[in-house]
Design a protein around this ligand. Structure first.
Ligand code: CP
Length: 333
């Protein structure tokens, strides 16, 4: 399979994802330090990052290529993305010029642009990312958009493979506390990835934090195609019984999307949704704790879990490098 864009795991069949992961394994066993010699990756980060930024630069270097990073407004011009506006504010440059210019300097471009978090319909439509993608005539990588994080999902798929988690295992995506509303990109990508793997997926979240129907419908379609299931509940005891994986993730209230005050009101009563060792009492023996990072210790997940044998968060983060090298190889070699 050749790649032109890596924007959504849903663009691929499960067999194609496995094929990509097989390439990642091959590159791990047999490094190709010159595979991308002379090739350049551009990385545009409209939002902060640690793993995505560092792992893409490292991966490109390990394959013999080079990369540049642009963080608009921090050493480079701030970028305006709204159409038809009079640009008399802080942004000196519009994406309509900035992105094609950057694309002309490189062989592939990655863009991170989080949800605006104001209008759920607009974020679900990925209108901001789509507007940027339309300006790029090179292979494009989604480094996290409003509703997707395919690189994280691919790394998490590999982590589940590494741990030999069986297809039909119970996979619980559990909402966990955070001081403020976070985007839906990782939960949306995760529920879809687990459904594609054929797991018995349970989305465990409090009232007011249901994942949008469009996200659940997409995941259920993937489950149907791959022999799994996807359900959603606020019953922690029922959800966790027999779980093989708890994937902890923070996200904002969908019932009060864009309303920080109402969201904050809801989450103040939910601090006990933190994952602690006792959370695993009815799970399957050896149940794993996954989280995409960054994680707020003793808010989302307790030290005792993150520092214990259940946690595979560092493996997930390392796998970002491993799988993204395969994506870069497919896009650019
Ligand atoms: N998980 C993840 O994407 O990490 P960063 O935000 O640090 O890139």
């Amino acid at each position: 399979m050749s790649l032109a864009r890596f924007l959504d795991l849903a663009d691929f069949a499960a067999a194609e994802v496995r094929d990509l992961l097989a390439l990642a394994e091959r590159l791990q066993r047999h490094p190709q330090p010159q595979a991308l010699a002379g090739r350049i990756l551009g990385l545009v980060f409209l939002n902060p990052s640690l793993r995505t930024l560092a792992s893409f630069q490292a991966g490109m270097a390990r394959l013999g290529g080079a990369s540049f990073v642009i963080t608009p407004g921090q050493g480079t011009w701030a970028l305006e993305s709204r159409l038809g506006v009079r640009m008399d504010g802080s942004a000196a440059e519009h994406i309509r010029e900035g992105l094609p210019v950057l694309a002309s300097y490189c062989d592939a471009l990655g863009i991170r642009a989080f949800a605006e978090g104001k209008d759920l319909a607009a974020d679900l439509a990925e209108s901001n990312f789509a507007a940027m993608a339309a300006l790029v005539d090179k292979p494009l990588i989604n480094l996290e958009s409003a509703m997707n994080h395919p690189c994280q999902a691919l790394a998490d798929w590999k982590t589940l493979d590494d741990l030999a988690v069986p297809d039909r295992a119970r996979f619980v995506l559990s909402w966990v506390p955070h001081p403020r509303a976070l985007p839906l990109a990782v939960p949306a990508a995760t529920v879809h990835m687990a459904a594609m793997r054929g797991h018995e997926v349970v989305v465990l979240r409090p009232e007011g934090f249901a994942l949008p129907p469009a996200v659940m419908d997409k995941a259920r379609a993937a489950a149907r195609a791959n022999g799994g299931s996807v359900t959603e509940t606020d019953d922690r005891a029922a959800a966790l019984r027999g779980a093989t994986v708890i994937y902890a993730k923070e996200w904002g209230s969908t019932a009060h999307y864009g309303d920080a005050a109402r969201d904050a009101e809801l989450r103040t009563a939910l601090l006990d949704w933190q994952v602690r060792e006792q959370t695993f009492s009815s799970c399957a023996p050896g149940c794993h704790l996954m989280h995409c990072l960054p994680v707020r210790r003793n808010v989302a997940v307790a030290d005792e879990v993150l520092d214990g044998p259940r946690s595979v968060v560092l493996r997930e983060a390392h796998n970002r490098l491993v799988v993204q090298m395969a994506v870069l190889h497919r896009l650019l070699s």
